[in-house]
Design a protein around this ligand. Structure first.
Ligand SMILES: [Fe+2]
Ligand SMILES: [Fe+2]
Length: 205
């Protein structure tokens, strides 16, 4: 991997993958209050997570905006499922569980067939992408095999959904900023084409 300039002076200002990516400078993760206020709007677990990178410019890329909107949608849905399970509303939890699996399947296909596929051209990225895709598979299995009528099944879903935010962080703090500095125009076009094939609509620009 070639160019990654630093994320700030203090290790506390960026997460593990952020520091791995940023050996030199520009992805600043300070101004935590503003970031926390923004992420709080989408019901995210702000208090126990590091602020996400909002400074490298990747969030201005139309394809990345689509991915981030999908992250927000599935994360909010995961909160609905958790609350439904905690209140004993199994019917609502079951309905939302079907919907989140549908959304995740489409989202992951868009990632894996597009952005991830072109980033695999960089051999330094393959292990990281392999790990992300393994998390997709694990979550797919855990969510699709849980029996919500049993305490074990409900716990299986809750435990799986608890892994969603850390997974999203790895992409938004790591892979997405990295894509901005590594992908060529042709690779972006290929990533967008794949996303549009999966979603059967154009990326919003
Ligand atoms: Fe993912
Ligand atoms: Fe994702």
């Amino acid at each position: 991997m070639s160019v990654f300039a630093g994320c700030g002076d203090s290790p506390a200002e960026y997460n593990t993958i952020g520091s791995w990516l940023c050996a030199g400078t520009p992805i600043l993760l300070s101004d935590g209050d503003r970031i926390r206020a923004a992420v709080a709007e989408v019901d995210r677990p702000v208090a126990d997570t590091e602020p996400m990178c909002h400074y490298c410019g990747c969030r201005d890329m139309p394809l990345i905006k689509e991915f981030i909107a999908e992250h927000e949608a599935v994360y909010n849905l995961s909160g609905d499922i958790r609350r439904a399970l905690e209140s004993g509303d199994i019917d609502t939890a079951r309905r939302d569980l079907v919907e989140i699996q549908r959304q995740l399947t489409e989202h992951w296909a868009g990632e894996e067939q597009g952005l991830f596929a072109v980033m695999r051209d960089d051999p330094d990225c393959t292990d990281y992408i392999d790990a992300l895709e393994a998390e997709h598979r694990e979550m797919t299995t855990d969510l699709s095999t849980a029996d919500l009528t049993t305490p074990e099944g409900r716990q299986q879903v809750l435990a799986s959904l608890a892994t969603l935010w850390p997974h999203i962080e790895k992409e938004e703090d790591g892979l997405f900023p990295m894509s901005l500095t590594t992908l060529s125009g042709e690779q972006w076009t290929a990533a967008i084409d794949a996303w549009e094939r999966v979603h059967r609509r154009p990326v919003r620009r």
